[in-house]
Ligand binder design. Structure first.
Ligand code: GLU
Length: 504
């Protein structure tokens, strides 16, 4: 029997989740569901200095909004909990001890001042200080001290950290599901801290221990963790555990293509880099979110799915179930993916069109109410169905349709100049007569009768249609003018034509 696929998204609750993080979660979700596996949310909150109030809830809300809920995690206890590392704190110390006993880790008593002095000294000589095989026997640790000295320091409760003893001069093979095979010379690794003086593990130890205990089969995470891969593989080996498979996702780049997409790029260019709006609990600063900017989650998910992956076909629109079946780790790109805010709008427009008229109308109705406009539901549905193809966001509908709800009081002067000729008022008088008598009052009948009248009187179409449009809309914009006249109704149409006659 093959083992069940189990993947995890393991964010640190240090602030709002960047869309890069959402993409990591999405790819994990897609991979899990494709293989009938489990998608786990683990909160990596061992760094208490960086803890931010509200960030965990933000992460959970974001995943839910995207429609990619986790199977196990905070609030959804499975058999591998708890899922917050702060609640697992007691667990890690034993593993640090085991590593010391097996000779894979050691106590280091170097004070922050001593390490700073080392760093400075190295800097002065143009070198970087690395704590590893080349100097560890000269530093203040249990490799350099004898047993008794170490015991004395421990008994005296002197602060210590536990460091990993990285092997010297070994060629370590590494495999990444996206990047393939690599090799690394372990001599360049530093002896990372695994356990801190505050009694908590660092990211590296906690991450490995939890991935093992939670039976994670595939670690899918951002490229920024690739430099940690060697240490992680060595830790698995030192603990005598099988390592999961690893896949490191490419960076999301600025729209210009150079450098990582940052919050500042979004601020500068006017697009959100967070799924939901976020208010910084300390500064009160607000960062915009896709949800509050009226994007549909389907649009964001589809856009994110293509940032670093493609299906190898021409198809670009994928809903979540389609993504689940099309997604392959092997089709994830190695190189960075350029973020394209316009493309997001293109997806948004597509998914807006897929919404049914009644759903959109209900949302539009709220916008109308906020503007103090009363509209019958049926009428709003008709307006939505007429204009939605021109809208990217629900609130565009107001811009596109306000003249249906509020009669123009000002006719676009430039358009008036263009459309109004000497005989226009007379022409409109004839139109009023037709509009008054059309039976029944339908778009088709209006169109047939007005067109017949134009043809039989040998008048140019523009001479009639432009002033009519201007009267009804206030400008020369908008959809089919007969449709507008129909939706406005006989009385309102005549009223508007009369108003335009007087205004010109
Ligand atoms: N806590 C790490 C982060 O915030 C997790 C990295 C990993 O997935 O191993 O990104």
């Amino acid at each position: 029997m093959s083992t069940k696929v189990r993947v995890r998204f393991a964010p640190s609750p240090t602030g709002p989740l960047h869309i890069g993080g959402v993409r990591t979660a999405l790819y994990n979700y897609l991979f899990a569901k494709k293989h009938n596996g489990d998608f786990i949310l683990r909160i990596e909150d061992t760094d208490q200095n960086r803890f931010v109030e509200g960030a965990e809830q933000y992460i959970i809300d974001s995943l839910n909004w995207c429609g990619i809920p986790y199977d196990e995690g905070p609030g959804k206890e499975g058999s591998f909990g708890p899922y917050r590392q702060s609640e697992r704190a007691d667990l890690y110390k034993d593993y640090a001890k085991k590593l010391i006993e097996s000779g894979n880790a050691y106590y280091a008593f170097d004070t922050p001042e001593a390490l700073d002095a080392q760093r400075k000294e190295h800097e002065e000589q143009g070198k970087t200080f690395i704590y590893n095989w080349h100097n560890r026997l000269k530093l203040d640790n249990s490799l350099a001290l004898n047993k008794e000295e170490v015991q004395n320091k421990l008994d005296a409760n002197l602060p210590y950290v536990v460091r990993f003893k990285s092997p010297e001069a070994e060629t370590l093979p590494l495999t990444d599901e996206i990047r393939g095979n690599m090799e690394i010379d372990t001599s360049i690794l530093d002896d990372k801290v695994l356990f801190k003086s505050d009694g908590l593990p660092t990211y590296h130890l906690a991450n490995i221990v939890d991935d093992h205990l939670m039976e994670i089969t595939h670690v899918i995470r951002g490229e920024e963790w690739l430099p940690s891969l060697a240490l992680h593989v060595l830790l698995y080996r030192a603990l005598g555990w099988n390592a999961p498979k690893f896949a490191h996702l490419p960076l999301i780049l600025k729209p210009q293509g150079k450098g990582k997409l940052s919050k500042r790029d979004g601020d500068k260019m006017g697009f959100p880099v967070f799924p939901l709006e976020w208010k910084d609990p300390k500064t009160g600063e607000i960062s915009s979110g896709y949800r509050e900017e009226n994007y549909l989650p389907e649009a964001m998910v589809n856009m994110l799915s293509f940032l670093g992956w493609n299906p190898g076909t021409e198809q670009e629109f994928f809903n979540l179930p389609e993504l689940v079946s099309a997604f392959e780790l092997s089709r994830v790109h190695k190189s960075g993916a350029k973020f394209d805010p316009e493309k997001t709008k293109w997806f948004q427009q597509h998914y807006l069109q897929l919404q049914d008229d009644a759903t959109l109308a209900a949302q539009f109705q709220e916008i109308l109410e906020a503007k103090g406009v009363k509209s019958e539901e049926d009428f709003t549905i008709k307006i939505v169905s007429l204009l939605k193809e021109r809208a990217v966001f629900v609130d565009d509908l107001w811009e596109l349709s306000n003249y249906f709800f509020i009669a123009p009081t000002l006719l676009d002067p430039k358009a008036s100049k263009k459309a109004w000729k000497e005989d226009t008022n007379d022409i409109l008088e004839n139109l009023i007569a037709i509009v008054s008598s059309v039976q029944p009052y339908t778009t088709e009948n209006l169109q047939t009768e007005i067109k017949e009248w134009i043809t039989s009187n040998e008048i140019g179409f523009g001479k009639v249609m432009q002033p009519l449009r201007l009267a009804l809309v206030g400008s020369l914009q908008g959809p089919d003018v007969f449709e507008i006249a129909y939706l406005l109704g006989r009385e309102e149409t005549i009223k508007r034509i009369r108003f335009a006659q007087q205004a010109n």
